[in-house]
Design a protein around this ligand. Sequence first.
Ligand code: ZN
Length: 501
Amino acid sequence: MAPMPSAYERLRAHLRETAVLSSCSRILGWDRETYLPRGATGLRADQTALLARLAHERRTSPALRDLLAEAREACPERDSPRAANVREAQREFERATRIPAALIEERARLTTLARQAWLDARAKRQFGIFLPWLGKIVQLCRDEAEALDPPGEAYDAHLDEYEPGATAKEIEAVLSPLRDALAALLRRVLASGKRLPDAPVRGDFPVEGQRRLSGRVLEAIGFDFSRGRTDLTAHAFCGGMGPFDVRLSSRFDPGFLVDGFFGTLHEGGHGLYEQGLDPDEFGMPCGTACSLGIHESQSRLWENLVGRSRAFWRHFLPAARKEFPDALRDVTPDALHGALNGIQPTFIRVDADELTYNLHICLRFDLERALLSGDLDATDLPQAWNDGFERLLGIRPAHDADGCLQDIHWSAGLVGYFPTYTLGNLYGAQIFERAREELGDLDAAFARGEFLPLRDWLREKIYRHGMRYPAKDLVARITGNPPSPRPLLTHLERRCAELYG
Ligand code: ZN
């Protein structure tokens, strides 16, 4: 007779099966964004609702509670992957069980309706249409935080979902100095009076050529097409079904090279992370990405630190010229570098440059934290937004569609999500600085088209660990220092000095 599997083995089997179930939801979600015929929308909603219910039952089941208790009892040394799996599975179980079913249903109902109101409000540029819904969303988030009962402020309960273990106070401690330094750097850039036109990347860039060029780049950075694919959608995203199946999607503008190309490279960075997770740990915390901030650090590292560098284009400009001979014929490497890295305050976050992007995030972090704590009433959001925006970026939105109504996040109940974007920039710069120290002359390697040493280094340092270490510990292990805004600032100061003098 075979020996009875241990509690830990049974826990693993339970977690793995839940992950298989969730991967079915994800593939259906991907299909909805890519190929689903319109007539099937209703059935698809039923399918995903059923799978979500089954997965929730598994995540909150008494059987799982018992397995966790047994596995905790028998858990060896604190630092092992096994201990991390038990620790993180316990954390997720508590999150899933502490929120009452009524609040889960309220969230599903409220966010569906709020999204509609938000779309309407944004189209009509009337904040008043969204205001009552925003009030309800904020109250829901407070109720959820109360149920989760974090040791610190309510905001931490939500942050913990995206950046496990992080607190608002810690985020503030890195964002505050970053905000001040970036605002000062922006003033210097604007005072230089220099403008870097993006004309070189506007013109005739047929979608097929952009797809081919992006595909070559994805291959060069090590995206494995036998375990993933790319498709066209309305919004770029990366859908991960574990390391075995990663779906990237892109959107291309035939008159503008930047959005589609860098969007694809960004999602490719997410994709490399997913493909580099440990297949033996599929469904376990150690086989799951560490946090949204770390995930974003990988997409932004490839997009901004690699893709917008001179060395990268030294290698890829000839291939790009072959695809777009007319548009790029007279474009010099310098003009291209300037066009890809110009700094200019704009109202819309998703169009923002590498520097001002983080100021957009600092503003959102302050505002959503104040909304949740009650320091800011939802009614006063537009005024607070516009004042804060003007203070940081020197321009004032003329209407709320260019201001507090531009992002989908709050209507979707995603409070605590925004800071992970800037954490990604910050972690990415700190990790990349270390990679430069350990891997030698990366620019020379990029210019030769060699990107795999960097991908392999990232796999070794980040991908294969999953959630074994909390994000800030992971960054400290890799770089020898806790997360700091310094490397990102150094990178941006260098780039601005090079481009603006
Ligand atoms: Zn991303």
